[in-house]
Design a protein around this ligand. Structure first.
Ligand SMILES: [Zn+2]
Length: 196
């Protein structure tokens, strides 16, 4: 999907930034319709292309913000070739810079909130009460953690089963399904629901 096809979801003046960030990457953008409660998602595909999923019901500034978050994953993984964690320092730095570079895209009353967020970007939107308030996104679930975002002994739900992270291998994680005690290998970017 070309970036210009996204225009109707985006705030004015955001395209030049996106064209710059998209660069020459092969990116499939999937727009979810209906009442999805997920904001967005990034995946690297086996053929080396990238897939970003975005929720079509987001208002334009939020859509742009979530797209920036997901593109920061792409740029960080691309630049550091898999040696980093999903929402680690490299991602935070890149996302923070993207937010500051494009701050003029955001509404005037939103800019200070975005700026504060950019100084130490959080993996989760819900970690910023002022953003949640601004966009009235209390209804969105923030269920999607990466296994990579969790620590040893953390519990999570994946396809209705509960696991605990037992060990980190070089890249992947060994997780134990609690009910059966069986061990499974999870990739760092598997999407799971963290149990707090
Ligand atoms: Zn993320």
């Amino acid at each position: 999907m070309s970036v210009t096809l996204l225009e109707k979801y985006l705030p004015p003046q955001s395209l030049p930034y996106l064209k710059d960030w998209f660069g020459s990457h092969r990116i499939h953008i999937k727009i979810t319709r209906g009442r999805s409660t997920k904001l967005g998602d990034y995946r690297k595909m086996q053929d080396g292309s990238h897939q970003i999923t975005l929720n079509s019901t987001l208002q334009p500034h939020l859509f742009f913000f979530v797209l920036s978050h997901e593109l920061a994953h792409l740029i960080a993984f691309d630049r550091f070739a898999g040696r980093i964690t999903a929402h680690g320092t490299e991602w935070k730095k890149i996302f923070g810079e993207m937010l500051q570079d494009s701050i003029s895209v955001y509404a005037e009353d939103l800019q200070p909130i975005i700026f504060r967020f950019s100084q130490s970007p959080k993996a989760s939107f819900m970690a910023s009460p002022e953003l949640v308030r601004y966009f009235h996104i209390e209804d969105y679930e923030d269920e999607s953690s990466y296994v990579d975002d969790l620590g040893l002994q953390d519990r999570f739900i994946y396809r209705k089963k509960t696991y605990i992270i037992e060990q980190k291998l070089k890249k992947n994680y060994i997780c134990v399904e609690l009910e059966t005690g069986k061990k499974y290998i999870f990739k760092p970017l598997a999407r799971v629901q963290k149990i707090s």
